[in-house]
Design a protein around this ligand. Structure first.
Ligand SMILES: NC(=O)c1ccc[n+]([C@@H]2O[C@H](COP(=O)([O-])OP(=O)(O)OC[C@H]3O[C@@H](n4cnc5c(N)ncnc54)[C@H](O)[C@@H]3O)[C@@H](O)[C@H]2O)c1
Length: 441
């Protein structure tokens, strides 16, 4: 099929490259000149996602994946067009729909034949109706008639394993009452639906809400564990034992039960807020969902509180090594990363920060440029130079088994703050370090 994907972000580029790889002719449209030129001129993926560079390069070389700078350039001739643009939070928590709405208008200005428009961005209930109306209005203004099918197809991939998730995900959700558009989508997804039936066809509102419900549920598990971690600290219990104790229960399961420095990233924070906002729009108060977000906001301060308690509030002038900046391992995404909260609080308290991350330093520098008190180090070892203490904020594999004796020898105050509970407190203490984790009373 001839497919156009609007947006070359984590979702759009993975979608485009995966559909190209199974033989479709795909044009990915990206309006950000930096992202586009990296892709077009050097076949370079402008963010870190394991395996994506090879996939993109291979498909650009075969000519199955093309890049375009505008919808006007990239849409003509397409049978299916995915919208995979950003839907960030507005200050009131509502999803900012301007990118989706802009794309819908531009589709109407550029489409030159029957088209299935697939809404892949995470967007509130009612979005595909709006997309259809905006596209149709542009067609009407042009005085032309083309058939438009609209489908909601929320994306469930995770950064860090995006290709695997896209090609072997648990489900492919399609929301539409347009049977012809659904048939086209079934055909397009057929290569990824061979092992067992993964396609779930539902009404559009349910498809749109499924995505928000999935993210809110996962975020709720994290906030729940963070809340239990606070109780565990108070009563002298260990959240890591509790996690294992409840995770073996099949009704609960072991995923997303990790207490830590709070969740971040481009999805959970904004999607939980947007779902709560949708409830308010319908006159409901989504108490639990609002609490998921407020518990997380509080949790993002937790590591700083532990540092502050250890030093009895005397943080000014001290130097902290920070390991991990990305909101989770295997990505360089820094959107709403807990590291930003910790570094901000340390700098505000007059501390110096020496930070390192295996892949996210470039992204971090854009959000939090080097400034008085903040330097990004060349490697993990370099962060320790003249540092008083170390805090781990992202659970990268490379941080899991450091040489604790060497850490004890390097850190002036011989203290570590483990924001992801990746270390064994007894083992760390045996090396002569003071250890603080989350919920490890
Ligand atoms: N990142 C994830 O892990 C993930 C997972 C599932 C769903 N989602 C959802 O998918 C959507 C996209 O997420 P993302 O992380 O890929 O976003 P992103 O911000 O990384 O990428 C979106 C891209 O779209 C481009 N764009 C916007 N309007 C355009 C236009 N009119 N023409 C051409 N390009 C345009 C932007 O320049 C940007 O590069 C969001 O709604 C997000 O919530 C994201």
């Amino acid at each position: 099929m001839r497919v156009t994907v609007i947006g070359a972000g984590y979702v759009g580029l993975v979608t485009a490259a995966c559909f190209a790889d199974v033989g479709n002719t795909v044009t990915c449209v990206e309006r950000d000149p930096r992202r586009l030129s990296a892709l077009k001129e050097r076949a370079e993926v402008p963010f870190y996602e394991p395996g994506l560079s090879d996939l993109v390069r291979r498909n650009i070389e075969t000519g199955r994946l093309k890049l375009a700078s505008s919808i006007a350039e990239g849409l003509p001739g397409a049978q299916v067009c995915f919208i995979a643009v950003g839907t960030p939070s507005l200050p009131n928590g509502q999803a900012d729909m301007s990118q989706v709405e802009g794309a819908a208008r531009e589709i109407g200005q550029a489409m030159d034949g029957p088209l299935v428009v697939v809404q892949k961005s995470t967007a509130p209930v009612g979005t595909i109706g709006k997309v259809r109306a905006l596209t149709q209005a542009e067609l009407t203004a042009r005085g032309v008639t083309h058939q438009i099918g609209v489908v909601s197809n929320p994306e469930f991939l995770k950064e860090g394993s995006a290709i695997e998730d896209f090609t072997r995900g648990d489900r492919i959700v399609l929301g539409s009452d347009d049977s012809q558009a659904i048939a086209t989508m079934r055909e397009l997804y057929r290569p990824f639906n061979r092992n067992h039936e993964k396609i779930m066809v539902m009404d559009a509102a349910s498809a749109e809400l499924t995505k928000y419900a999935a993210n809110a549920m996962l975020a709720a598990r994290i906030s729940f564990m963070n809340e239990v971690a606070r109780i565990a600290e108070a009563v002298g219990a260990d959240i890591e034992q509790i996690r294992k104790g409840i995770g073996v229960d099949h009704r609960i399961g072991s995923h997303f039960l990790y207490a830590g420095a709070g969740y971040g990233g481009s999805c959970f924070p904004k999607d939980v807020k947007a779902l709560a906002h949708t409830a308010r729009e319908y006159g409901l108060h989504a108490e639990l969902i609002e609490a998921v977000e407020s518990v997380n906001q509080r949790q993002k301060q937790r590591l700083f509180e532990k540092i502050s308690d250890h030093y009895q509030g005397e943080i000014a002038g001290r130097t902290f090594a920070i390991w991990g900046l990305a909101f989770k391992p295997n990505t360089d995404d820094m959107r709403d990363a807990p590291s930003l909260d910790l570094i901000g609080a340390l700098l505000a308290a007059g501390a110096k920060v020496q930070a390192w991350d295996p892949v996210a330093i470039e992204m971090a520098e854009r959000l939090l440029p080097q400034q008085i008190g903040l330097t990004y180090s060349a490697d993990a070892q370099a962060t320790l130079k003249n540092a008083d203490a170390l805090a781990v904020v992202t659970e990268w594999h490379a941080f899991r088994s450091p040489d604790f004796s060497a850490l004890a020898a390097s850190l002036k105050d011989r203290v570590v703050f483990d924001g992801r509970n990746i270390w064994d407190p007894e083992f760390v203490r045996a090396a002569g370090l003071a250890y603080y984790g989350i919920g490890r009373g």
